[in-house]
Design a protein around this ligand. Structure first.
Ligand SMILES: *[C@@H]1O[C@H](CO)[C@@H](O)[C@H](O)[C@H]1NC(C)=O
Ligand SMILES: *[C@@H]1O[C@H](CO)[C@@H](O)[C@H](O)[C@H]1NC(C)=O
Length: 131
């Protein structure tokens, strides 16, 4: 009897881990919302992946997807280059972001994440500090 309970607990644990945010695919979308409108070159990387540089016209977007690792340490950071500016931002941090569809709009002061409750880009973050 005890063995059965332990087995069930292990089963529950495994299925929680499997269905949870650990193994699901996360989608990140980046929209150019710079004002005044300007093209922005976005270059995102993680420890293991280099997504390459992409140029986005005003209001254009690009998306990528990945499977966050089991340890919750997945992180993607991007550089954003537009006339007379270069900025960096951690576009995905597992410890900060709980989203499956993470949609960001790039503004002059930093990116803002889409909030599905308020249906607006109201979660604004400053650019990473420059060293
Ligand atoms: C920006 O793109 C969205 C979706 O692609 C579109 O609905 C909207 O009209 C565009 N806005 C401008 C100002 O181009
Ligand atoms: C999203 O919007 C809702 C409704 O305005 C607000 O209560 C909530 O705090 C927002 N979420 C975040 C993470 O800012």
């Amino acid at each position: 009897m005890d063995k059965l309970i332990i087995l069930l607990l292990i089963f529950a644990l495994i299925s929680t881990i499997c269905e949870g945010k650990f193994w699901g695919i996360t989608h990140v979308k980046i929209i150019n919302g710079l004002e005044p409108p300007a093209d922005v070159t976005v270059h995102c990387k993680s420890k293991d992946d280099d997504l390459g540089a992409r140029q986005l016209q005003y209001n254009a977007s690009f998306q990528f997807q990945f499977r966050p690792n089991f340890w919750g340490s997945t992180q993607f950071y991007c550089s954003f280059v537009w006339p007379k500016q270069i900025q960096w931002f951690d576009i995905f941090k597992h410890s900060r972001d709980d989203c499956k569809f993470c949609t960001w709009i790039v503004k002059t002061g930093g990116p803002c994440m889409y909030n599905y409750t308020s249906e607006s880009f109201d979660q604004c973050h400053p650019w990473n500090k420059k060293i």
